[in-house]
Design a protein. Structure first.
Length: 122
């Protein structure tokens, strides 16, 4: 089953792919683009655009910049997460600092979540 999306977000998603943050580019080009399970970048879902999405694992990965840590940003993120979870998706978040300072740990955590969601735990 495909997820609903707002067609008006497709051009914005394409633009976001071209203008990714350094942390998004790092995670994509140095891990997710060659990961064994397919991920998509800037995936339109409902009225949102997820930074990274894995259909097989029903997983959304978000990389949060400083705007996400204001009261309004956190409220909007909570709302967005609630909507996405309504589609039976798991949402995990990392901040830019985590990607910059603990890239291997971020990648290992994503891998562990994918494996768990796919029943591939060792």
């Amino acid at each position: 089953m495909s997820l609903p999306y707002n067609e008006k977000n497709i051009p914005k998603a394409k633009a976001l792919r071209k203008n990714a943050t350094p942390q998004e580019r790092h995670l994509w080009y140095d891990f997710l683009s060659t990961y064994a399970v397919r991920f998509q970048r800037q995936k339109a879902i409902d009225n949102f655009i997820a930074d990274f999405y894995c259909h097989k694992a029903k997983l959304v990965v978000e990389i949060d910049g400083s705007q996400h840590f204001s009261d309004e940003g956190m409220r909007l993120d909570d709302f967005r997460t609630e909507i996405l979870q309504g589609y039976d998706l798991k949402v995990i978040r990392f901040n830019n600092r985590q990607v910059n300072e603990n890239f291997a740990g971020v990648c290992a955590y994503i891998d562990a979540v994918v494996r768990k969601e796919l029943g591939m735990e060792e």
